[in-house]
Design a protein around this ligand. Structure first.
Ligand code: MN
Length: 217
């Protein structure tokens, strides 16, 4: 019995693992509520990881690949890999660019946002509009495009701008999940209110670090 239980437990480990939330489930209250964070991380993100691992065990070409490599070559893989691989990458990033107390944006990224969008408020308005107008499920992104410029874009479902099938490609530095599962318990149909709340909990120091890393490539 013990051996069977052990091997079952070992078998459940796959190439990809659910990263723990970097803060408590209730840490983003009152903006993102505790119950939504629990379900979003422990159920939705966990399912993407489990289903991605199923694809890995069925396709030797995925073995040993990082999630970034898989996304960048997503046209080579099946739809389940695209949906669950994207789901894993997107949510792993999303948790890290949020923080219980929004940090202040300053430095090079603020300067470049001001240069590109005229002002920080203009940038926030454009990003919010993009998130608001994504029809159905998807994500809004701020990326460093292949030309090195900041760009706001959105993707459907669990696609992301790393993917070779993306219309606008680049390295994501900020993202917002606009699937209904991300906000419906607290905000119901009011996606605009959810987007407004998001700005109070952005981890700008993490976004700035991602910007520096993307520019350094
Ligand atoms: Mn989600």
């Amino acid at each position: 019995m013990f051996i069977v239980a052990m091997s079952t437990a070992l078998f459940s480990f796959g190439q990809f693992t659910l990263p723990p939330l970097p803060y408590g489930y209730d840490a983003l209250e009152p903006y993102f509520d505790k119950q939504t964070m629990e379900i979003h991380h422990d159920k939705h993100h966990d399912a993407y990881v489990k289903n991605l691992n199923k694809e890995v065990s069925a396709n030797i070409a995925l073995t040993g690949k990082s999630i970034e490599e898989i996304c960048k070559n997503i046209s080579k893989y099946n739809v389940a890999t695209r949906n669950n691989g994207g789901g894993h990458y997107n949510h792993s990033m999303f948790w890290t660019i949020l923080a219980p107390k929004s940090t202040e944006l300053k430095g090079v990224l603020l300067d470049d946002i001001n240069k590109t969008y005229g002002s920080f408020d203009n940038f926030k308005n454009q990003f919010s509009d993009t998130a608001k107008s994504r029809f159905g499920s998807g994500w809004a992104w701020l990326i460093v495009g292949e030309d090195g410029q900041l760009k706001i874009t959105s993707t459907a479902n669990q696609d992301n701008p790393l993917m070779d099938i993306a219309k606008v490609k680049g390295t994501p530095i900020l993202c917002l999940d606009v699937w209904e599962h991300a906000y419906y318990l607290k905000y119901q149909n009011k996606r605009v209110d959810y987007i407004g709340a998001f700005w109070s909990i952005v981890n700008w120091s993490e976004v700035s670090n991602r910007y520096a890393a993307a520019k350094g490539k």
